[in-house]
Design a protein around this ligand. Structure first.
Ligand code: PDD
Length: 280
């Protein structure tokens, strides 16, 4: 039996969720998306994800996403899949308006797709002992704050990391660490947590935002400042964050052992408070 997904107002079996080939999402990556976690049947930070979806749409002149419809669709696919712990994928594109043409259609009919999937969780040993990463040149566009479906360079970076026997690729732009292929990047120097500031060169992660709040509430100094890749190698601790990755320690970057090589105390504490936060 194929899973039930939501497509343009209907709940349908996955193999019947069909759209025209020339959907603008397909032709031009003309669309945006969100990934939302459910923990024990409860959606984590759904409001923040909806706000970011609306903001992404505005940036690329998409019609405003139908937030109430999306909320209902998310609840329905989760219920029908019966997955208490799930990763919900939401995609909203400018849809199909006829044969390929660069100009934006006057009256687009967007395509909305929602599916709930088992969580693609990293290996548990990576949470416990740390994962590994390489750095890659950040050749992406200057609108990384938009959660665009145009992820080709992210997928190539991820594959480069996997080919190197590591788990994540860390983008470096003009010597500065920006973010991971599907994560935000943090480094700890002398007890203070550093992460790249919001702006066009990173996605403002919802997990990142939660960690910023948790650092504040835990009294952990946090600086949203750019730092160079050489400093990453010399950091006491490194971790990445994301909806599916949560708080994932990094123990090796480009073959350089991070700090003492294990998972540091700040990362461990943030993992613990984050785990409590998702259950609260
Ligand atoms: N990616 N940076 C990039 C480039 C990302 O793709 C993601 C998330 C993040 C972290 O954002 P958040 O904490 O809101 O998940 C940062 C999702 C999970 C994905 O593409 O599957």
């Amino acid at each position: 039996m194929s899973e039930t997904v939501y497509l343009n107002g209907s709940l349908v079996p996955y193999d019947q969720a069909l759209i025209p080939f020339e959907d603008r999402g397909m032709l031009f990556a003309d669309g945006i998306y969100e990934v939302v976690r459910a923990y024990g049947g409860r959606l984590f930070e759904l409001d923040a994800h909806m706000e970011r979806l609306v903001a992404s749409a505005a940036e690329i002149r998409l019609p405003p996403p139908p937030v109430q419809e999306i909320r209902r669709a998310v609840a329905e696919v989760l219920r029908l899949r019966g997955l208490p712990d799930a990763s919900v994928y939401i995609q909203f594109t400018r849809g199909f308006t006829g044969p390929r043409s660069h100009a934006l259609p006057q009256n687009p009919t967007p395509t909305l797709f929602v599916a709930a999937r088992p969580v693609p969780r990293p290996d548990p040993t990576h949470f416990r002992d740390g994962a590994t990463a390489i750095t890659v040149s950040d050749r992406r566009w200057h609108m990384c704050h938009v959660k665009s479906v145009g992820l080709l360079l992210n997928t190539l970076a991820k594959q480069e990391a996997l080919d190197a026997g590591t788990q994540e690729a860390v983008f470096v732009r003009d010597g500065v660490v920006t973010e991971g292929s599907a994560t935000n990047v943090f480094a700890v120097f002398g007890g203070a947590v550093y992460t790249h500031p919001e702006g066009p060169h990173i996605l403002s992660g919802i997990t990142r935002q939660v960690l910023v709040e948790l650092c504040r509430s835990q009294g952990i100094p946090l600086r949203q400042e750019p730092f160079l890749v050489q400093r990453l190698y010399a950091a006491d601790e490194v971790f990445v964050s994301g909806t599916n990755s949560e708080v994932l320690p990094i123990r090796l970057v480009d073959g350089h052992a991070v700090g003492a090589g294990g998972v540091g105390p700040v990362t461990r504490r943030l993992q613990e408070v984050f785990a409590r936060r998702v259950c609260s």
